[in-house]
Design a protein around this ligand. Sequence first.
Ligand code: SOE
Length: 382
Amino acid sequence: MSEHKPLNIGMIGYGFMGRAHSNAYCKVGNFFKTKHRPVLRAACGRNEEAVQAFADNWGYESTETDWRALIARDDIDAIDICVPNNLHKEIAIAAAEAGKMILCEKPLSMDVAEGEAMCEAVEKAGVTNMVWYNYRRVPAVTLAKNLIDEGRLGRIFHYRANFLQDWTIAEDVPQGGAALWRLDAAAAGSGVTGDLLAHCIDTALWLNGSIHDVTAMTETFVKERMHNLTGKVEPVGIDDACAFLCHFENGSLGLFESTRYARGHKALYTFEVNGEKGSLRWDLHDLHRLEFFDHADESAVRGWRNVHVTDHGGDHPYMDHWWVPGLQIGYEHSFVHQVADFLGGLDRGENAGPTFRDALETQKVCDAVLESAKTKSWCNIS
Ligand code: SOE
């Protein structure tokens, strides 16, 4: 007899992230022995045919075309929000009021005001909540966190992060609609700041603590694009590129850059942390490796170590759940780990995080970055 506790999932949305999360729900039970196990109860999307095809592909038992109907169902425990950012708030608040757990795609919201309302709703309802900042769960990134927490870098001086892409350089790429809502300010809220820098900021806050203030610049290189929903050429309201400097509360300096105009880069997320005793460097294109420089090493052999994060003996986070030492895992596993931690949290009666409240901190930095770029001034994180 199975001792598993079902966690009945209602998935809203069926794009790239809907697939990434569904894959994680399907795989997690094979590799992580949590008591709670996801059951793919229903998928929801406005296009009946498309949502049915998605449900058939991933094994969802049923479909809905109205998210309110999904939330109203008694056989759903958790709502997974995988729709454009402008829909997060309304769905999350309705789900919280219905007593559902919520797993929400990043960024939490369009802005801080929306994020605050979402936090209040989940906290008032007392429902478990999480935001999909998946890069925290890449084993090499979690290892970086462990090394920093052990004090292996000592006092931190610098934090540097980039997230570079090149998919919007062509002027004839339209904005708006299914795959291109990230270019539409009304659906996304912002451009690279909320989409890409939000990842860098979440990781930075996790590894290096709070940010005190920021100064930023943004640019929109292509000023007008055809809008898929209206058929008209319309002004582009998002930031195509953004760079900012910041002071962390621990006294270290931060330097962040993101763009969709770095020809040749598809998803180059890198960070480097420099401390008194050592440094760490990570690169999403080589995500199973962590580079580590330890100044305590004997000087004759001192240098950057390139750690292949695949050890099976428990030293490398999550890896004892996968293959044998030396065999690496990939991008999709970060989502499996996030679900595993969420389920493990439920088993123990804890909220694994990052919670809505944690993600609100990232939202505050994003808002301050956009405000700083607009006013050309330093902005404090409130
Ligand atoms: C944008 O291209 C995107 O898909 C982001 O939306 C994701 O959050 C990021 O992980 C990869 O790039």
